[in-house]
Design a protein around this ligand. Structure first.
Ligand SMILES: [Zn+2]
Length: 660
C-alpha cells in the first residue's frame, strides 16, 4: 500500500504529452505523494483507485506543467528598465551598471519570488535559471514550491557576487555541494557565454559539471556578432570552439543557438546537448531566428525559454509557444512547419529532455513527478471547440489560450496555485517590495543620466582622471616655415609621428557637460600606409577654463580611456544633442624648447577644410606653471614662423580645445 493518500484528478481533458501524444477525455490522473501513480480514462482510473480522494477538474485541460528552459528569474526586478536598445547598449549601458549597484542576496530573493509568482500563474512548474547569488534563487524557488535547474554564473569579469572568476567558480562548487540531491532544486554551473569566459573558465566549468554530474548552462551563438568574432578570433564557429574546451561533454543546456549551421546541429546532437529557443528575446533584441525546424528534424531536444524579464519582458510560456510556432513558419515560409502539438511538446517533454530531466518530468506518465496544470478552455475567447481532429486541442493551447487561463498548478504533488490563488507566495507583499526597488533604481539612473561623466564611469574600464594643459595655436598659410624652423638648435626633437585623426565630438544642451570626443587614430608609416589604429575617448571640460593673454587656451580633460565600443554604441548611449566631425592629417613632434617639453602638432584640417594649423601644447599642474608655459608656447609658435592670434578659426579652437 502507498504511504500517502491517493489523489484522483478526474473529469479532465488529459494531454499526457508522452511520445505518442496520448489523450484521454474524460481522463483522470492518480497522484501519490510527489509521483504520478497512473494516467488513463476516468472509468479505468476510478476503478483502479476506488478509495482515493477525488478532485473534479471541471472539464479543464490537465497537462504537464510548462518548462521555462532558460531564464534569469531575478531580472523581473529590472523589467522595463531600458527597452528598444541594441544588445550592447542595453547590456553594458544599463543592465550591468544597475546590477553592479543593486544585485544582492535580497534583490535576488525578491526578484526570484516575483518570477515564481508570475511563472506559477502562467502554468510553469519548472524553470532553468542562470544568475548571481544562485543560493538565494534556490531558497526562493524551493520556498515557492517550484522546480528549478539553477545555475551559478561564472564569467571573466567581476560579478555582483564575485570579484574574480576563481571566486565565482568556488561559489559554484559550494552551491553544487549545498543543493545536490534536493527534491526540487537541481543545481548547475553556468559559464555565461564563450565571449564572457576564458578557455580556462570553460574548461573548469565543464570539469565541475562532470564532477557533480549536473547540467551546464551557457548562452551560445546568440548574435551574428558573436559568430563573426568567434571566427575571427578562433578560426572556427561557436560550437566547435566550445567543444574544444569540453563544454559538449557536460549535460549541456545551450541557450539560443541562433547562429549555428547544420554541421553544428550534428555536433550538438552527437553530444546529446539540450538547446533552448527564446523567440521573444531573439525578436526583441533582433538577434536573428534560430534554425529550430532543422534542429527538431535532426532530433535535437529543443526546449523553449522566456529569457530574463528584462529582455522579453515577461515570463509567459504561452506567448513563447505561440511565437516559436509563428516565427518558424515565417522563417521557413511554410505554415505546416512547427505545428501546435510540437510547440507544446517543446514546452513540456522536449524541454525536460533539453534540461536532461526527461526521467523526472515533461509528461504525465506513471513514475514521473506530479508536475501538472489545469487550463480552463471554457472561456469566451476559446469558444467554440471543435472535436473532430485530436490535434485541435494543441492549436487551442498555442494560438488561443492565455497564460491567465491556467487556474491550478501542482509541483511535486503539492498545489502551488489552487483556483487562481497562489498558496506559497504573498503577491501583495512582493508588489510593494518590487516598487521600492524600482524607485531606488530610477533614482540611481536619474542621478547618473544627469552627468556625462558619471555615465562614462558607469560603463567602466577607466577611472576619472583630470589633467590640464596649455596650448598656443596658429593658422599657417604654408607649413614650410615650420618644417624649416624645426632644424633650429633651440628646438630639440625627441620623437616624431605621423597619423590621421578622425574625431567625433558629442555635445549637449548644457555646456557644463563639456564635450566627449571619440577619436580614431590611424598611424602612418614612412610610406603612408596604416601601421596601427587606436580608438580613444576623452571627456573634455568646458573649452576655456580661464582666459590667458590673447591666444593661449587652458583646457581640462577629465577622462581619457581607450574607446572599447563602437562610435555607434557611444552615440546611442550618450544621446548627444549635437555632433561634429573633424578629420585631419597630423604630424606630431615631441620637442624640448628652453628646457620645457612640448607637443607640436602640425595639422592639415581636411574636414571641414580649414587648412594648416600649428599648435604647441604642454601639460600643466598649477596656475603659475600654466602662465610660464603659456608664455613659452607663444614664443615657440612665433619661432616657428607663425603668428598666434585669437581670431583664426575660433570655432575650431573651441572644438579642438583640450586635445593632446
Ligand atoms: Zn539569457
Amino acid at each position: 500500500m502507498p504511504a500517502s493518500p491517493t489523489l484522483l484528478l478526474t473529469n479532465a481533458i488529459i494531454l499526457t504529452m508522452d511520445a505518442t501524444l496520448t489523450q484521454y477525455e474524460p481522463g483522470a490522473v492518480a497522484v501519490q505523494g510527489d509521483l504520478i501513480a497512473a494516467v488513463g480514462s476516468e472509468a479505468e482510473i476510478r476503478a483502479q483507485f476506488p478509495a482515493a480522494q477525488i478532485i473534479d477538474c471541471g472539464g479543464k485541460v490537465l497537462m504537464p506543467g510548462l518548462i521555462n528552459a532558460h531564464t534569469h528569474a531575478a531580472m523581473t526586478l529590472l523589467r522595463g528598465l531600458a527597452d528598444d536598445l541594441r544588445l550592447d547598449v542595453w547590456l553594458l549601458g544599463y543592465m550591468i551598471p544597475v546590477e553592479r549597484a543593486f544585485v544582492s542576496p535580497d534583490f535576488v530573493r525578491l526578484g526570484t519570488q516575483l518570477a515564481c509568482a508570475e511563472m506559477i500563474r502562467s502554468g510553469v512548474t519548472c524553470f532553468a535559471d542562470m544568475y548571481y547569488f544562485e543560493d538565494s534563487v534556490a531558497r526562493a524557488t524551493a520556498d515557492a514550491g517550484l522546480r528549478g535547474v539553477l545555475g551559478q554564473t561564472v564569467l571573466k569579469f567581476p560579478a555582483p557576487d564575485a570579484s574574480s572568476f576563481e571566486e565565482s567558480l568556488e561559489a559554484a562548487r559550494t552551491f553544487l555541494q549545498a543543493w545536490k540531491g534536493h527534491p526540487l532544486v537541481i543545481p548547475s554551473v553556468a559559464p555565461h557565454a564563450p565571449y564572457t569566459c576564458t578557455p580556462d573558465i570553460l574548461r573548469a566549468c565543464a570539469a565541475l559539471a562532470a564532477e557533480f554530474d549536473v547540467p551546464l548552462q551557457i548562452h551560445l551563438a546568440e548574435t551574428a556578432l558573436e559568430l563573426t568574432n568567434c571566427r575571427a578570433d578562433n578560426g572556427v564557429p561557436v560550437i566547435p570552439y566550445v567543444e574544444h574546451y569540453g563544454i559538449l561533454d557536460a549535460k549541456l543546456v545551450a541557450a539560443h543557438c541562433v547562429h549555428i549551421d547544420e554541421g553544428e546541429i550534428g555536433t550538438l546532437l552527437a553530444h546529446n546537448a539540450g538547446v533552448v529557443h527564446n523567440p521573444s528575446s531573439n525578436l526583441k533584441l533582433a538577434s536573428g531566428v534560430a534554425p529550430v525546424v532543422g534542429m527538431l528534424k535532426a532530433g535535437l531536444a529543443v526546449g523553449i525559454g522566456t529569457d530574463g524579464a528584462a529582455s522579453n519582458n515577461d515570463l509567459d510560456m504561452f506567448e513563447e509557444m505561440r511565437l516559436a510556432a509563428l516565427v518558424a513558419k515565417n522563417a521557413c515560409n511554410d505554415p505546416t512547419v512547427l505545428p501546435a502539438a510540437q510547440a507544446v511538446a517543446m514546452a513540456t517533454r522536449l524541454g525536460a529532455r533539453a534540461l536532461h530531466m526527461e526521467q523526472l518530468i515533461g509528461s504525465l506518465e506513471p513514475g514521473k513527478r506530479a508536475d501538472l496544470i489545469l487550463v480552463d478552455i471554457a472561456r469566451v475567447h476559446h469558444a467554440p471547440r471543435f472535436r473532430r481532429e485530436r490535434d485541435g486541442i494543441y492549436a487551442q493551447l498555442v494560438y488561443t489560450a492565455h497564460a491567465s487561463d491556467v487556474t491550478d498548478v501542482m509541483v511535486n504533488g503539492r498545489w502551488v496555485m489552487r483556483d487562481g490563488q497562489l498558496t506559497t507566495l504573498d503577491e501583495k507583499d512582493l508588489l510593494v517590495r518590487a516598487e521600492d526597488y524600482a524607485r531606488r533604481i530610477d533614482q540611481f539612473l536619474i542621478e547618473r543620466e544627469h552627468s556625462v561623466l558619471s555615465k562614462l564611469i558607469a560603463i567602466g574600464g577607466a577611472q576619472e582622471g583630470e589633467s590640464f594643459e596649455v596650448q598656443a595655436k596658429a593658422r599657417l598659410a604654408d607649413p614650410a616655415s615650420v618644417l624649416a624652423a624645426l632644424c633650429w638648435p633651440d628646438i630639440e626633437i625627441l620623437y616624431e609621428r605621423h597619423y590621421r585623426e578622425y574625431d567625433t565630438y558629442f555635445s549637449w544642451a548644457d555646456p557644463d557637460q563639456g564635450q566627449l570626443r571619440y577619436r580614431e587614430d590611424e598611424f602612418l608609416d614612412a610610406d603612408g600606409g596604416v601601421s596601427n589604429v587606436r580608438y580613444r575617448l576623452t571627456l573634455l571640460g568646458p573649452a576655456r577654463e580661464g582666459r590667458f593673454e590673447s591666444d593661449v587656451v587652458l583646457s581640462r580633460s577629465r577622462f581619457l580611456a581607450p574607446a572599447t565600443h563602437s562610435l555607434r554604441f557611444y552615440r546611442e548611449y550618450f544621446k548627444p544633442a549635437r555632433e561634429r566631425f573633424i578629420q585631419k592629417d597630423r604630424r606630431r613632434w615631441r620637442v624640448l624648447f628652453r628646457g620645457t617639453e612640448f607637443y607640436l602638432n602640425l595639422d592639415r584640417v581636411e574636414q571641414p577644410d580649414l587648412g594648416y594649423f600649428i599648435e604647441a601644447k604642454s601639460r600643466t599642474w598649477s596656475r603659475r606653471d600654466a602662465e610660464h608655459k603659456a608664455e613659452l608656447a607663444r614664443e615657440l609658435i612665433t619661432c616657428l614662423g607663425a603668428t598666434p592670434a585669437d581670431a583664426v578659426a575660433e570655432d575650431y579652437v573651441q572644438i579642438a580645445g583640450g586635445t593632446y
